[in-house]
Unconditional design. Sequence first.
Length: 375
Amino acid sequence: MTGLALPPEATGLITIDLDALQDNWRTLAKLVAPSECAGVVKADAYGLGASEIIPALNLAGCRTFFIATPEEGRAARQLAPDARLFALDGLLGGSASLLRAANVTPVLSSLPEIEEWVAEASQAGRPAPAALQIDSGLNRLGLSEADIKALVARPDLLAALDIRLIMSHLACADDPADPHNDAQRAEFDRRRALLPPAPASLAASDGLMLGKPFHYDLVRPGYALYGGQAFGGGATPVNPVVTLQARVLQVRTLSAGDSVGYSATWQASRPTRLAVVAAGYADGLARALSAASGEPGGSVLVAGQLAPIVGRVSMDLITIDITDVAGNVTRGDLVTLIGPGLSIETLGRAAGTIGYEVLTRLGPRFVRSYTGGGA
Ligand SMILES: *Cc1c(COP(=O)(O)O)cnc(C)c1O
């Protein structure tokens, strides 16, 4: 839906500011120029809705997108007919024909995968377009040094490949002082020098903040486009994109000694006003945001003031202590879980996780509403 109205049947609202998204992409593109700035839109654009995010980024000037799975690639192709699409998970179990049909370039990470792709894509009668992932120390996906040497020893295979990108991924880019960053960059340079020359890419959101030597030909931010601030080296030049609000279903008054929620983990130490809000762990609010008496948990903004979650987070509901909130809070009001003054990172920390996980877990019961996003 477009606009800000909450449908009467909705529990809550995720508002996605597509203008801010586009500004973030332009800001990063300017920062890394003349390197290219791609957009990472895997996992339904980090849970925000690829069907809106991809066209908005495309309109802002983004021409290269990374998705994870073949199915995400097929969907992205409908949304961006002329864009370059790379599938980070590669072929999965036999999806080569699907990838070829959708004109999605797989990121290949092993020799058997390269062989499988060449067998499929060479049916077109020309070298198979591919990205190669080489491991530089993360030990997740990627060709090892032995794999690279084995590939180089197969001129038939190399000749059948049209290598569009050689990429690797950093383990510790959120910490600019971490020696892994330079070590991985050196390893990336050494290993890709064994291969035929091709455009290179190493940095995601945090890596691109490490400076020019990490930009290569293309950078691959995802989280930063959505306003995420995971970089530990200071604030980055992106702005928030996401607001999350949920409905107050009931306000109740407790006496000192009353307990709240499952297992009665929180007891009121004074007469207490409690707001019951329609968002729970089924909506992606981690149960770790719960607060027993005397323990910290998550917080939400009620009428612009921070108020603590008390008691257990349940499947559909949270309970908020609003005793100290100035002003009237009534049934139907919206409280803010992510928004000005309450970042995705804050919510993630309170839940014992990271903002990435918060975003990608926000559930389907929240209505997603989009503003802006034009050319
Ligand atoms: C998810 C991912 C990205 C984007 O990472 P962000 O931290 O969200 O910018 C880039 N490259 C690879 C290989 C990824 O898996």
